[in-house]
Design a binder for this molecule. Sequence first.
Ligand SMILES: Cc1ncc(COP(=O)(O)O)c(C=O)c1O
Length: 397
Amino acid sequence: MPVPLFDLSRLGPQVDEAVREATLRVLGHRGYVLGAEVENFEKDLTDYLGGGHAIGMSSGTDAQLALLMALGIGEGDAVISTPYTFFATTGCIHRTGAEILFCDIDQATFMMAPGSLRALLASMKRDGDGMLRSAKGNRVRLIVPIHLFGTCCDMDAINEIAAEFGVEVLEDAAQILGAEYPSKHGVKKAGLIAPTSYVSFYPSKNLGAAGDAGVALCLDAEMAEKLKRIRNHGMEQRYYHKVVGGNFRIDAIQAAVLRAKLPFLDSWNATRRANAASYREAFSAAGLLDQITLPAEPFASSGLKNHHIYHQYVIRVLGDKKRDAVMAYLSEQKIGCAIYYPVPLHLQECFAYLGHKPGDFPESERAALQSLALPIFPGLTQDEIAEVVRGIKSALG
Ligand SMILES: Cc1ncc(COP(=O)(O)O)c(C=O)c1O
């Protein structure tokens, strides 16, 4: 039985109808750029998150670029992130002219390892004004931890290390709208744990637009005003440019579609989590847990419902080259699967100038060789989950 990796049509007629209605409304009033549709979505989103400021952007990537511009990151600065992730985060750092610094990921969670972060920062020297300097002499300004696949990074540890070394934190919350984090200081929604953050609404995200869209999030009202200017060519008053920004505006149609879909998000996230529980049971019953590793749930004991929202269900297939054999078999059976991400960023051709080599970030490299994403979308059936597990059992012999 074929199983798709992802199928948007399974969100159901109620969602289709809400999206159609929202789209037709915008086509009817023809207010395509900014205006009430965007403001209403931003308001609903901050209500959903329970605080902060939301500034709708044309994509998650543009939201991050706008944030880096607002923070004044550029030449002479250095920004730390991880090499096992989607390209956008590091691509934006490069585009500002700042130096890219990598630290490795945690083996269990695929995300920034606080130990590697601390080791990297501790290896640097402070100059006369107390600012931490990279080996190339750039000011270490920012850490960008990336919440991958649906649960949060170890943000308490990362925030503490950042504070100790005097470096700011910007969360990449692109994949994780709706997840909650049991911080030492109380429960926080992902995206509002650090002072600045952003989310992607790429169509396959848990809350997906009908095209590209994103949002920048921040805790500070002044930063929100800055971001609004930056997304609109640095203007407040039309044709008077306070700063150089860009055209990073979210389309009104996308804002309307996202606003129509937002009320469904929590139920979709619950379905994704239920699917993950079914996989756990099925993989265990199939006796496969010595050959694969299931996704970690580092905050399961917190009792928070949304400690994991399973944007992706990523297993590790243990053993040399076994992942590629499993993938080939599943593809032959028309069972959807994907590798997120096959080449760690420090080994990408466009970053050859950084001078990294294989072996520099071993956990990121191992993750790229072992990880395999399986279908987890809302609407996936129990029979399909059983079929995926059967397929993996057959592939592993
Ligand atoms: C971790 C991560 N960061 C950044 C992005 C960029 O978002 P977008 O595709 O909306 O530009 C994505 C989205 O795909 C992502 O998964």
